[in-house]
Design a protein around this ligand. Structure first.
Ligand SMILES: [Zn+2]
Length: 277
């Protein structure tokens, strides 16, 4: 019996008032995830919450063990993941408080392991083969629809689609970088939405990103540039309604056995060389 069916990558602001939350520690062939996982129930669905940055937010984006995080979720039975994250808006109309559900991704990270299939032998002696998965559409269409409908149901009109560019961080963009991102037509910029997305695809997990704009990015705003305090303040102001949207989206997701999206056949034709958990 799976311990969880749906994963939410987010901290205590999302699970702290659920009844009967169970904390479990999970180890993986890739090391420890960011923190314990917290198991709770939403509308009868078994959900595993994982604080992406660890309790107390001690892990910067480039130090997060993304492979361990996604593997740990799958090992508990999770097959669908909702990944909320804070982002900067790259267009003036995407101001603080905007909820954007991206449909595309640009990876501008520099030093993060992006794959499970790198020839590294696992502790059980198995070695993954080289595989090249299709990633044209990085997000789960079913999960996106559930997120969009949940936001609308809470009178929070979301932006349907757009491109999330993920930078290495932990610094924010320069004005020149930010203007360049905007000039490409990209929508929002963040530091954590990748490689979560591709690792989810490699594990045949459905992955949906929900981006909350906490600030206008440096090339779009006219003030002093993005500050850490501003990001945390706006996130805190929106955490309650973001939690409501996440919970409604969880309730609307299909049973794992009923998934019929592109995420489920990502491995078609490939011999992985390893057993997924
Ligand atoms: Zn899917």
């Amino acid at each position: 019996m799976a311990e969880a069916e749906i994963g939410v990558i987010g901290g205590s602001g999302f699970y702290s008032f659920l009844d009967d939350v169970t904390e479990v520690t999970v180890d993986t062939p890739y090391g420890r995830p960011s923190d314990s996982l917290f198991l709770g129930k939403i509308a009868g669905r078994k959900v595993a919450f994982l604080p992406r940055h660890g309790r107390g937010h001690h892990l910067p984006p480039h130090r997060i063990n993304y492979r361990a995080n996604m593997w740990a979720l799958r090992s508990l039975g999770v097959r669908q993941v909702l990944g909320p994250c804070a982002v900067g808006g790259l267009r003036p109309e995407y101001g603080p408080g905007t909820l954007l559900v991206p449909d595309q991704l640009v990876d501008r990270t520099k030093a993060r392991t992006q794959t499970y299939f790198d020839g590294e032998t696992l502790p059980d002696g198995s070695t993954p083969n080289v595989v090249h998965l299709t990633f044209a559409d990085p997000y789960c269409p079913t999960g996106r629809e559930a997120a969009l409908a949940a936001a609308r149901g809470r009178d929070w009109e979301p932006v349907d689609g757009g491109t999330l560019v993920v930078i290495e961080g932990p610094r924010f963009s320069t004005r020149a970088e930010s203007r360049w991102h905007a000039a490409q037509g990209w929508s929002v910029v963040g530091m954590t939405g990748h490689p979560e997305a591709v690792l989810a695809r490699e594990l045949s997990l459905c992955y949906t990103s929900l981006t909350l704009v906490t600030d206008l990015d440096a090339g779009t705003e006219t003030g002093h540039g993005v500050s850490h305090e501003e990001v945390f303040r706006v996130f805190a102001q929106n955490v309650d309604r973001l939690r409501d949207v996440l919970f409604d989206a969880v309730a609307a997701l299909p049973d794992n056995a009923a998934r019929n999206c592109l995420c489920t056949d990502a491995h078609a034709g490939w011999d992985l060389g390893i057993e997924l958990p």
